[in-house]
Design a protein. Structure first.
Length: 436
């Protein structure tokens, strides 16, 4: 009887599904006939209007596509090339677009003092920051594409600094590997060394998009979460590529009590002393705008995030960890969400609406892959994971690595001078001001 009750709705569902498949096949046949008809009549633009970009690019003759793209290049319609012909054609003609861009910028023709690519990127940036991305006319796929352009530009522009940084952390990684530390000890060692090597938390000097780690090229530097996470991520990959470390943008909720590892941190004074506004009218105007400003700020945070952490795979355990280098703590990436061991119930870190789109195409793909894998990993028993990776285990690992003679593996800092006083984040304002 039980089998009948279960199988009957299943069979009905399969029948409905089969009917849908038949209907889809029928529609596809009709669609194929119509496309062939339009191709025969050379109504290529009609194909684009009716069936979209993918069908258009796949069916229209290459000769016609190239001719159309050349027209777009002449008119400086770089964004339209991406929208209509896709990333493959866009990347193919990117060198040509850059050449045109530089020529037009030098000659200041048609576009005044700003280049075509500058205008395109400015438009996309305005889409991201204003939330217009939610509208139908602003495709989300443009965000990672334009971010990738900026990343490639920065890679070329700062190639020398990147090479120096890589040489530095490769030497550091070699020294770390000689210590034969386990995964948790390695994580805590890298976090401890980073905070010992920098001057502290504060506004970064370089702040290069996609290469926040370059602010830590020299000892005694200053940086924020995006610098710290990127530095930690790069070092973990240098130590062991199997960690597959990558940056992750998140929202951090400062109202939670965070129990952090015993790593001494310093927050550099920013010397920001804004003068008090004595004008009562201006104060009243500001008060009236507070609600709107708070709403816009919250909208921006929900969309883009306000903090950066790292994800690292632990192949031996079949899990993906979240490591917050700024607020030294560890969590687990499970079922597409973050469970942090820094709070009692695991809450405090969430994924923003735009996820990793602003970090480029590669990072977006990595993130989507991590989400899928997080549903199949060995991350179900939270209490066992907390025992192995939680704050108590973190501090034990710190005690062990600090007790060793690790001077040659550190970045020239004396880890014995580090304070062992336990650190907590309980102040919402303090925390929220430190994670941007």
């Amino acid at each position: 009887m039980k089998e009948i009750v279960i199988n009957k709705p299943f069979n009905e569902k399969m029948k409905i599904k089969f009917e849908k498949v038949k209907e889809k096949i029928k529609q596809d046949i009709q669609k194929d006939k119509m496309i062939k008809k339009l191709l025969k009549e050379k109504k290529y633009e009609e194909i684009y209007k009716v069936y979209g970009k993918d069908v258009y690019v796949a069916t229209v003759p290459e000769k016609y596509l190239k001719k159309s793209i050349k027209e777009y290049l002449k008119e400086g319609r770089f964004e339209d090339i991406y929208n209509k012909f896709g990333s493959t054609y866009y990347n193919r003609y990117l060198p040509k677009m850059e050449s045109i861009d530089k020529y037009m910028e030098l000659n200041k023709k048609k576009i005044g003092t700003k280049s075509f690519l500058y205008q395109v990127r400015k438009k996309i940036l305005s889409i991201v920051t204003s939330g217009i991305l939610l509208l139908e006319g602003a495709p989300a796929v443009l965000i990672p594409a334009l971010s990738s352009l900026t990343l490639n530009d920065n890679a070329r522009q700062y190639s020398e600094e990147i090479s120096l940084y890589n040489s530095k952390i490769n030497e550091y990684a070699n020294n770390i590997r000689k210590l034969n530390l386990n995964d948790l000890e390695t994580i805590m060692k890298v976090l401890d060394d980073m905070w010992s090597d920098i001057k502290g938390y504060g506004s970064p000097e370089k702040d290069i998009f996609g290469y926040g780690r370059l602010d830590f090229l020299e000892s005694g530097s200053i940086g924020v979460c995006r610098n710290m996470a990127d530095d930690f991520t790069a070092k973990m990959n240098a130590i062991n590529p199997n960690y597959n470390a990558r940056n992750l943008i998140v929202n951090i909720n400062g109202s939670f009590p965070y129990h952090l590892a015993n790593i001494n941190r310093n927050f550099v004074e920013q010397n920001e002393n804004p003068q008090e506004e004595n004008n009562e009218n201006k104060n009243e105007e500001n008060n009236n705008n507070n609600e709107q400003i708070d709403y816009l700020q919250q909208f921006k945070t929900d969309m883009l995030g306000n903090h950066m952490v790292s994800l690292i795979d632990i192949p031996s355990d079949g899990i993906t960890l979240m490591v917050d280098a700024t607020n030294p703590s560890i969590g687990i990436f499970k079922d597409g969400s973050i469970y942090t061991f820094a709070t009692e119930d695991g809450k405090g870190l969430t994924i923003p609406a735009l996820r990793q789109y602003t970090q480029g195409t590669v990072e977006s793909i990595k993130y989507e892959g991590a989400v899928i894998m997080s549903h199949f990993q060995n991350n179900k028993d939270i209490e066992l994971l907390r025992q192995k990776w939680g704050v108590v285990a973190q501090n034990k690992a710190l005690d062990k690595v600090r007790s060793q003679n690790t001077q040659n593996a550190s970045l020239g800092q004396n880890s014995s001078n580090i304070s062992y006083e336990k650190t907590y984040y309980n102040d919402e304002n303090e925390l929220s001001s430190k994670v941007r």
